[in-house]
Design a protein around this ligand. Structure first.
Ligand code: ASP
Length: 319
């Protein structure tokens, strides 16, 4: 009996190893926890296209929006951990959300296998193009004066846009009307259409429309300007040095996904970041690409733990 059990266990192990070796034999689903067209979706599609070539199987994007990205990530956590379902998380879903959702059904640190960082994404403060303020200072004054008459658009509680604009509001002491969307793709449409007043969002969503003059950019919340938006001043230059914040997007697999599979996905992601075409597309949109050690799964794991800690403290202090 013991022997039979040992034999069965050995067989199961071999089968696991063999399937990891053959992986992938069918398309891989990438859960994007926001609406199509936004930064998380765009980054997933850019790296996904290149990863599909490397892996010889299609990476298929599935947009599962809701609750600031936590609905899609909960679904991803519960998916079969065989490498055929992975997800694109970000600073909100894997950093800020646990402090904002007391009943959240996943732990960003313990429920996932980190695959790798896809891109850092500076935050830019943007408004509809006819917003009556010509610089950040005037914008801040308008916010303070307008209070609840102004509409700030975001991707839901716990999202990057929501969290980073919360910080801005705390610093300015304002309480505008907050309008939740399923992602900042639709937020951008309504900003361009003049239906909402302003937003704080990840740069990759905004560069094209800022360059086209379809929306107005007041400042980028990083210590230095972005090469993708050389004319947009930093918050420090524009007189609000205390407002410095950046976000990121990274790939995760459900806990227990076999290590050789995670390694293959990490390698394909790294190749995507080196691929001339996807690299250029990400850089043109203002993405900050991880290099060297920052590309490893282990680095992402440590980084996520630090982000949960950092955002937990920031959010508690803001209450
Ligand atoms: N940038 C969004 C956020 O605010 C989400 C999205 O990618 O659409 O979290």
């Amino acid at each position: 009996m013991k022997k039979a059990l040992a034999f069965a266990a050995a067989l199961a192990l071999m089968a696991g190893a063999a399937s990891a070796q053959q992986y992938p034999t069918k398309p891989i689903t990438v859960i994007v926890p926001f609406a199509a067209g936004g930064p998380t979706d765009v980054i997933a599609r850019i790296v996904g296209e290149s990863m599909s070539k490397t892996l010889g199987q299609q990476l298929v994007i599935e947009n599962i929006a809701g609750a600031g990205g936590t609905t899609g990530i909960t679904r991803g956590k519960e998916a079969v951990n065989d490498g055929y379902t992975i997800m694109m998380g970000h600073m909100g879903t894997h950093g800020a959300a646990p402090a904002l959702y007391p009943n959240i059904r996943y732990n960003p640190v313990t429920d996932f296998e980190p695959i790798g960082m896809a891109a850092g994404t500076p935050i830019v403060i943007v408004a509809r193009k006819d917003f009556p303020a010509s610089n950040l200072k005037e914008f801040a004054d308008r916010l303070k004066a307008g209070q609840d008459k102004l509409n700030e658009a975001n991707a839901g509680v716990g999202s990057v846009s929501h969290t980073t604009c919360t910080l801005l509001h705390v610093q300015l002491g304002t309480k505008p009307t907050r309008v939740p969307y399923t992602g900042t793709g639709p937020v951008l449409n309504d900003l361009v259409g003049g239906k909402v007043d302003y937003a704080c969002d990840q740069i990759v969503n905004l560069v094209t429309q800022i360059q086209a003059g379809a929306i107005r950019a007041y400042a980028i919340a990083t210590p230095t300007r972005s090469p993708a938006l050389p004319d947009v001043p930093t918050t420090k230059e524009a007189g609000m040095p205390e407002y410095e914040v950046s976000a990121w997007n990274a790939l995760f697999a459900p806990k227990g996904t076999p290590a050789p599979i995670v390694a293959r996905l990490n390698d394909a992601l790294s190749k995507a970041l080196d691929d001339a075409n996807s690299r250029k597309r990400l850089l043109d949109l203002g993405g900050v690409l991880p290099e060297g050690n920052e590309r490893t799964s282990a680095w992402l794991g440590t980084f996520v733990a630090a982000e949960v800690d950092r955002w937990g403290k920031t959010i508690r202090a803001a209450r």
